[in-house]
Design a protein around this ligand. Sequence first.
Ligand code: SAM
Ligand code: SF4
Length: 433
Amino acid sequence: MTAPYSIIVCSSTNHMLRADQLLVANHVPRQLIPVPGYLGSVCNTAIKVRTADLSRVKELLGGVQLEGIYPLEPQKLEGAGSLLTGILPKEFQSVIGKLAQGEDFTRDELIYLLSLQELPLVEKLYALADRMRRQVVGDVVDIRAAIEFSNYCRQNCCYCGLRRDNSQLLRYRMEPGEIVGLSKNLFRMGIRTVILQSGEDPGYTVEMLVALVKAIKKATKLGITLSIGERAAEEYRLLREAGANNFLLKIETANPKLYAVMHPGADYIARVHSTENLRDLGYRTGSGNIIGLPGQSIEDLADDILFMKEKGIHMVGIGPFLPAANTPLAGHQPGSEELTLKTIAVARLVLKNVFIPSTTALATLNPDAQAKGLQVGANTLMIIATPERYRANYEIYSNKAAVNLERAIELVTSLGRELPRPIRVSMGLRKTK
Ligand code: SAM
Ligand code: SF4
């Protein structure tokens, strides 16, 4: 039987964007998705089309360089059946059956998995997610470094310590030269992706950011992830052209009503449009959510995961809510560690070939939880490379953990996982296995 969907893999991002534009202009239904694991490189973008439309697609894409057009195979979880042990509820058996066949979960099934309470079932969920992680992205834990270069912010997110109404915070902006110097050091240490993160700071103009991205690209071979909030589509385009590779813009919650409560003056639809703009410009796009926002339900978490699937997200940051001093939510309970871990596990099972960090927020909630995150589906760690003198003022939440490279290496090796080769080489370390 012919697969109902096919995927187009192009020879470069530019050709992918050209192909995408042609399909959109000619009203051919398409979706941009991460390249599935069975076709190789993690986290590049492919175009999913209906197999029935292929002859028209081939006609339209005559001038585009393609790596290939492939049937979209179901991504079956190998060995899922080996976890069918003991007496299991029917719903759980059906979930395992779907994983073994590579079938999609329904929204109700996601809610069922996120609601699991009995320890043996939760542990099976974690084991399934860990197996999926190993199958689709392997044992290497990618280690990325964040430079938090400005804490000015024009937004007023209720949960965040950088919100504009927090007058207790000393605001800072790092000089571009200092950021480039840090980036060079990171490259020497074997880091291959730097995350430039800030509040939404119009004082760091697009011209300054473009110059910064170009300077880092000139001085190093680092991949650059921007995490600078919402900007005009034109600014996203200029930054992409300057060389930025990835963009992290979390949806935070895909429940529009909860989004409106948590983000006074901000617009949910604009956030969604920004996410789509970024993806359509060829960025590898990051999103994610916060677990445990006041008023959030399990259904909301299922919808967050479905949102990320629908938008073809490549990097998924899932972290617990942590109360921050001088914010409207300062007195609220933090999000649950277990629910965060379950959301990571379910996200891995649904989204498959994506980067999922075991977040700093998880480490802040409980230092041991970050290791747990890596065992239930996560495959990335983020170290903080912001100079010491700025850190106290980048308190998005109180008592933020400071994970450094030594700690990250210790964590990865203690779990028997692999370090990225450049880090191993620069540190003179041997392969774990
Ligand atoms: N300003 C940019 C933005 O919002 O996209 C990037 C910086 S912002 C500090 C990075 C992330 O911090 C947000 O996406 C949000 O998920 C997270 N964050 C902020 N306050 C938090 C809190 N109190 N608990 C957990 N996560 C929080
Ligand atoms: Fe600003 Fe980002 Fe914090 Fe919102 S989450 S207040 S946009 S830094």
